[in-house]
Design a protein around this ligand. Structure first.
Ligand SMILES: [Zn+2]
Length: 316
């Protein structure tokens, strides 16, 4: 069987015919979750901006004169196809001609080849450098990159600005700013509730000051890369949680808590943090993991260049 004869959902060994793009998986064989179809909800947000979500991940797309500008590819080949199908349902005469990558991570931008393989792809240069060196199966390199802190685009009548405020999460993670709609979109930074697990690839030292730079822009609606849309106050409140975690983690170290003893970290979280954060979404699931990671940050010094960046705090 030739690869191009495969249909989504076919069960074949990778060595025989790779039906699905397999990302960075190196074991042969079909990976069911890669091909699984996901139902996608699509919602008009403001002006020509639409949002899509399968319940956990979220992105946006915009209708131009001839086609669609879509941000990110969602999580897997199957989800990328479902995302494209959702866009096609809303705008059946407008193909996806442009994809904008938020950042390098495969769970957000790993499968352009399944969503719109011919699309023009825009990414920050830092993001594209990772994409090119990783060579993940299904993640296409950018066809246009930029290095500036801010760059305005007009594509097929769609106006937006891409902003790289500094290191936050992943590499080359950008915000998309729609000044006429007073809307900001940014992925894997502000997410409703407590932080995600152990803050994978978050650059904790510069994170909050860099994110606060975005408050110098005029917007009142914030679309995150996960869960529900929030407003300016939701954005501010979410960042305040990170500031508090930084203080609490240092206090926990002073209190002789061992960040590697997770049962003790959970007990400490329950006793000391529930009263302040217990009502936040996913407190029960992740707050102790958040605390453990912040403690590790203080004990190890932060990781890599981006994790130790001295942030530029000037308004954008
Ligand atoms: Zn990410």
């Amino acid at each position: 069987m030739m690869a191009d004869e495969c249909q989504p959902g076919d069960s074949v060994l990778k060595e025989d015919a790779p039906c699905e793009h397999c990302g960075i998986f190196t074991l042969g064989g079909n990976i069911p979750i890669q091909g699984a179809w996901r139902d996608i909800a699509y919602t008009p947000v403001r002006d020509n901006i639409w949002s899509v979500s399968e319940g956990i991940y979220r992105s946006i797309f915009l209708k131009g004169r001839k086609g669609v500008v879509a941000f990110d590819t969602l999580t897997t080949p199957g989800t990328a196809r479902a995302y494209a199908a959702s866009v096609g349902r809303v705008f059946p005469r407008n193909p996806i001609h442009t994809i904008v990558y938020s950042h390098d991570h495969l769970d957000h931008t790993g499968y352009a080849e399944d969503m719109a393989p011919e699309a023009h792809i825009i990414a920050h240069e830092l993001c594209d450098k990772v994409v090119r060196r990783r060579q993940s199966d299904g993640q296409l390199a950018a066809t246009e990159t930029f290095v500036d802190e801010r760059k305005a685009f007009n594509i097929d009548g769609v106006d937006f600005e891409l902003i790289y405020p500094g290191p936050t999460h992943g590499d080359g993670n950008i915000a998309a700013y729609f000044p006429q709609s007073k809307l900001l979109f940014m992925v894997d930074t502000v997410i409703p509730g407590v932080g995600y697990t152990f803050f994978p690839d978050w650059h904790l030292a510069p994170y909050v000051p860099v994110m606060k730079r975005l408050l110098s822009l005029d917007w009142d609606l914030f679309v995150p890369g996960h869960f529900w849309i929030t407003d300016r106050q939701g954005f501010i409140d979410n960042l305040a949680y990170y500031d508090r975690m930084a203080d609490i983690a240092q206090q926990a170290i002073f209190d002789d808590l061992d960040p590697n003893n997770f049962a003790e970290v959970q007990k400490y979280t329950e006793m000391n943090l529930r009263s302040e954060f217990g009502e936040l979404f996913r407190f029960q699931e992740y707050c102790a993991m958040n605390l453990s990671r912040y403690m590790q940050h203080y004990l190890t010094g932060g990781w890599g260049i981006e994790g130790n960046w001295q942030p530029d705090t000037t308004p954008l």
